[in-house]
Design a protein around this ligand. Structure first.
Ligand code: PLP
Length: 440
């Protein structure tokens, strides 16, 4: 196992990079010119060069032995998962279905990490048979795994860890924070420390530890504090067992994405430096780290483009009706104060729209009054046939697609190079596909 950082060889990229309106417009215009939009009114784009650079940057920041298991829930398109696997990533699965996606993407079993908090006995047995990494959420699950291992005459090829709630406090977004005093995930460290140590005493196949603090809105100091607590626990377990059993520590995901233009976010290198200073043991050669980042890798690679179908001027508002609403932007629509997004407007050919900003409401197509993506947003005057760009949709948008009102998935195009070359990441759904989905 190597402990040296790969970072020495890879020059730092601009981790704060955002795809701006001009760049999105050039990509959209090229896609229209090259005939890739097929007259679709709503498309998603994913920048594969950016994804490749972010993966390389992440890998460069941590020891070479680190397994970076990209969180499938951030974007489950199999072609993107395969792209990541081909670049050395593992995949983190939140359900057995996501394990199936990882397998479909060609991810080797040793690089699949299965984290669901609701694993059934059957799912546990199947995962152990595949030899994928399992993070147990609680003591009952540990007992189920114990029964399955006993049924296999004590054989356990999987790395099995226990998820601990390090209780370092919530981040700025309550709904995606999971390391408060109470969390539905993991075993609370302060209250159950002795029981955790006992579990390791009892089960020799328990060889990992797992934590996750939250997704968006947690600081690198909070993340590092959680890792520090779990490494202290690891030392206590080793002292109690009289052996150094815990080789593998999964430090979860949670590096934020830069949704706002006027903000900066921690980079993998800045976070690794904080971690190295605070928890040097995390970088020791005998430790295998696992990370589970999703948002910071995928989000900034994508943008959504929707034609403006209508512009309504009644009620003292200028309302642009577009083809994405809460189906793509669930969190934005239901929790707009938590989930800020950048919007811009382009002319029908993809060129930047000029003119003095006017307040616009951007309305989605779904049949409820609250399906609004933005209210009173100053943008150059929007007209029918223009494109509204929603920035930073590469993660946690398509993966949260809602069937409410049954609009089909949009076409998703990957692009790389300059001028961009396009590849189809998802063909999108026709009305017939939607009927197939719901039909017996
Ligand atoms: C257990 C676990 N790991 C990893 C992640 C990915 O987090 P992020 O995409 O913010 O890096 C999540 C997100 O909810 C999670 O629940």
């Amino acid at each position: 196992m190597e402990s040296a950082n790969q970072g020495a060889q890879v020059p730092a990229m601009d981790w704060q990079h955002q795809i701006d309106a001009g760049a999105a417009g050039q990509v959209l215009a090229a896609a229209i010119r090259q005939g890739h939009t097929h007259d679709r009114d709503a498309l998603l784009f994913h920048d594969l060069d950016q994804l490749s650079a972010r993966i390389a940057e992440l890998r460069a920041a941590f020891p070479a032995s680190t397994l970076h298991a990209l969180a499938i829930k951030s974007n489950p398109l199999v072609s993107l998962l395969r792209f990541a696997v081909e670049r050395g990533m593992g995949l983190e699965a939140a359900s057995l279905e996501e394990v199936a996606l990882a397998r479909a993407a060609g991810c080797p079993a040793a690089r699949i990490v299965f984290d669901s908090p609701a694993k059934t006995r059957r799912e546990i047995a199947q995962s152990l048979a595949w030899g994928i990494t399992l993070n147990a959420d609680n003591f009952d699950e540990i007992e189920r795994i114990g029964a399955a291992v006993a049924a296999a005459a004590g054989r356990c090829d999987s790395m099995v860890g226990l998820r601990v709630n390090p209780q370092v406090g919530d981040g700025s977004i309550g709904m995606t924070s999971v390391a408060g005093a109470y969390s539905k995930f993991g075993v609370p460290l302060e209250q159950r420390r002795e029981a955790i140590i006992d579990a390791y005493r009892h089960y020799p196949w328990l060889r990992g530890l797992h934590l996750h603090v939250g997704s968006q809105g947690v600081t690198e100091q909070q993340l590092a504090a959680a890792v520090e607590k779990v490494f202290e626990l690891r030392s206590q377990i080793h002292a109690a067992l009289g052996e150094a059993r815990i080789h593998c520590v999964d430090i979860g995901g949670g590096l934020s994405w830069r949704y706002r233009e006027d903000s900066t976010v921690p980079t993998p290198r800045s976070y690794a430096a904080v971690l190295r200073a605070r928890v040097p043991l995390a970088f020791a050669p005998e430790v295998q780290l696992i990370t589970e980042y999703g948002r910071c890798v995928q989000t900034g690679c994508g943008f959504a483009a929707s034609r403006v179908e209508y512009v309504k001027t009644d009620g003292g508002r200028r309302t642009a009706v577009i083809h994405f609403g809460a189906d793509l932007m669930m969190r934005r629509v239901y929790r707009p104060d938590d989930w800020y997004y950048r919007f811009s407007v382009l002319a029908p050919d993809g060129s930047p729209k000029q003119g003095a900003p006017v307040a616009h409401t951007i309305a989605g197509p779904l049949c409820f009054g609250g399906d609004l993506l933005a209210r009173d947003l100053p943008l150059p005057q929007i007209e029918e046939g223009d494109w509204v760009i929603i920035h930073d949709t590469g993660g946690y948008t398509l993966s949260m697609w809602s069937r409410h009102c049954n609009r089909g998935l949009p076409t998703v195009l990957g692009y790389a190079g300059n001028p961009p070359e396009f590849s189809c990441l998802h063909a999108g759904e026709s009305p017939e596909d939607v009927v197939r989905f719901w039909n017996v």
